[in-house]
Design a protein around this ligand. Sequence first.
Ligand SMILES: [Zn+2]
Length: 189
Amino acid sequence: MSIKQTLLNRSNHQCELCGATESLNVMEVTPSNGTAEQAILVCQTCQDQIANPSHMDVNHWRCLNDCMWSPEPAVQVIAFRLLTILRTEGWAQDLLEIMYLEDETRAWAEAGLFEEEEDTTPTKDSNGALLQEGDNVTLIKDLVVKGANFTAKRGTLVKNIHLTDNPLHIEGKVNGTQIVLVAAFLKKA
Ligand SMILES: [Zn+2]
C-alpha cells in the first residue's frame, strides 16, 4: 500500500489538519524516515500556508484547536510547530500551554521548528568594522537625542554598547541616558 493510501485510510480521506476533503497530498514531517507514521495528509490550503509561513491566514489555523489532539504524533508535531509560529496570537499561546506531547514527540517537533527568519547580518560601524557586545565607540557626528533634549557631541565616547535585534542599531549610554544609536554614525574606539 502506498503511503498516500495508508494516510487516506488513517485520516478517513480528510486533511489531518483542517478536515478538508479536496486536493489531499502527503507531506513529510521532517526530520522523517520516509514512513507513513512520519507523514501527514494535508489539503492544498494547509500545504501552501505551511510552505509560506509569513503569509499565514491566522483564522484558518483555528483548526489546530481540534487537530492538536490527534492521536497521530506526526499531526501533533505539525500542530505544535504551527502554534509556535502563531504564538503571538493569545489563543495559540493558550493552546500551546495545554498541549500535551510525549517527550519523543516534543523532541521531534522541536528538531524541525519552521525556521523563523534569522537575522545574522553583523552590526558594523562607519568604517565597516564589526561591532560587538560591550565594545566602546565614539560618535562621528553630532547627534540630537530626541526625547532627552540634548545633543551628543561628535567624539563622545560610548562605553559598553549593547547590540540590538536590528543590525543597524546599537544601544548605549550617553549623558547617563540609554539611547539607540545608528551604527553607521559610530566608530569603534
Ligand atoms: Zn487542510
